[in-house]
Write a protein that binds this ligand. Structure first.
Ligand code: NAP
Length: 253
């Protein structure tokens, strides 16, 4: 069964690893190509956009894809909408792997905002020391608030650097442990974090660290994704694939 995983997440990587050795599946992992040196995978990888929902539908038909899995990041709203649309037009079996969001617990000081622009407004006029735990494409709005100090962490270097007077960069790929995050925030005298509610255990360390230090978190609200059949774990995707695989075999597809 030809299986296309739309990836770019830790779960997509786990899924590819789980399925890599299976003889009944021909798995391809698709990445957008945002990171310069993606991690190694145990299945064939294709890199780059498809050309919108129509392009993805064309790819699905041309490659004879039997099962399409949207395992992209919860903030990757465009590809999720495109995959839902392509699944509808092609009729390919389709499932989304959606991480549940983190929920605030006692001690969390979250302020939810609608995107990076709203986060910039919420920072206010008084200079503060801010940790930006965002993707590179979400950073530009912060140049409108140069009074703050920013600590930026990204997988690849921010190039060109932001047009800001006081900014430091860290390059890194998770997972990040709470103790290390606490040490980082304390060493840099961070007063506030701007983050996305990714729901990933790999990046939850900063949220735990913020709680321990009593720091507020400006949390960017999740985008609204299309209502499609979805599961929350890699195991559930594997079970769904096994079921679809049996159905394929029964019909001699
Ligand atoms: P996006 O805004 O939803 O998608 C923009 C375009 O990128 C899509 O229209 C598509 O181009 C291409 N694309 C996205 N994911 C792709 C994939 N897996 N394979 C092939 N093309 C893909 O996506 P994004 O927010 O920029 O995220 C890009 C990638 O980074 C995704 O794989 C996502 O899982 C990962 N990621 C995103 C975030 C985040 O916060 N957004 C965080 C961590 C990882 P075409 O229209 O040309 O097909």
């Amino acid at each position: 069964m030809r299986t296309l995983i739309l990836g770019g997440t830790w779960e997509a990587r786990q899924l590819a690893q789980r399925l890599g050795g299976r003889r009944d599946l021909a798995v391809t992992l698709s990445l957008a190509g945002r990171t310069a040196a993606p991690a190694a995978f145990s299945v064939p990888v294709r890199i780059g956009g498809f050309g919108g929902a129509e392009g993805l539908a064309r790819y699905v038909l041309a490659e004879g894809v039997d099962a399409l899995i949207d395992a992209t990041h919860p903030y990757a709203a465009v590809i999720s909408a495109n995959s839902a649309c392509a699944a509808q037009t092609t009729g390919v079996r389709f499932l989304a792997l959606r991480r549940p969001p983190w929920l605030p617990i006692a001690g969390d000081r979250w302020i939810e905002v609608d995107g990076a622009l709203a986060a910039v407004d919420a920072l206010g006029e008084t200079p503060r020391r801010v940790f930006l735990a965002l993707g590179r494409k979400e950073l530009a709005p912060f140049t409108a608030a140069p009074q703050h100090y920013y600590l930026v962490r990204s997988v690849d270097p921010v190039d060109p650097p932001l047009n800001l007077p006081r900014v430091d960069y860290i390059v890194g790929r998770g997972p990040y442990r709470e103790a290390d995050e606490r040490a980082l925030l304390s060493a840099r005298l961070i007063e506030l974090i701007v983050a996305k509610n990714s729901g990933s255990t790999a990046t939850y360390g900063k949220i735990e660290a913020a709680r321990a230090l009593g720091l507020p978190v400006l949390m960017l609200r999740r985008p609204i994704l299309p209502a499609v059949p979805s599961v929350e774990t890699v195991e559930a995707v594997v079970a769904w694939l096994d079921h679809a695989d049996l159905a394929c075999a029964a019909r001699g597809v």
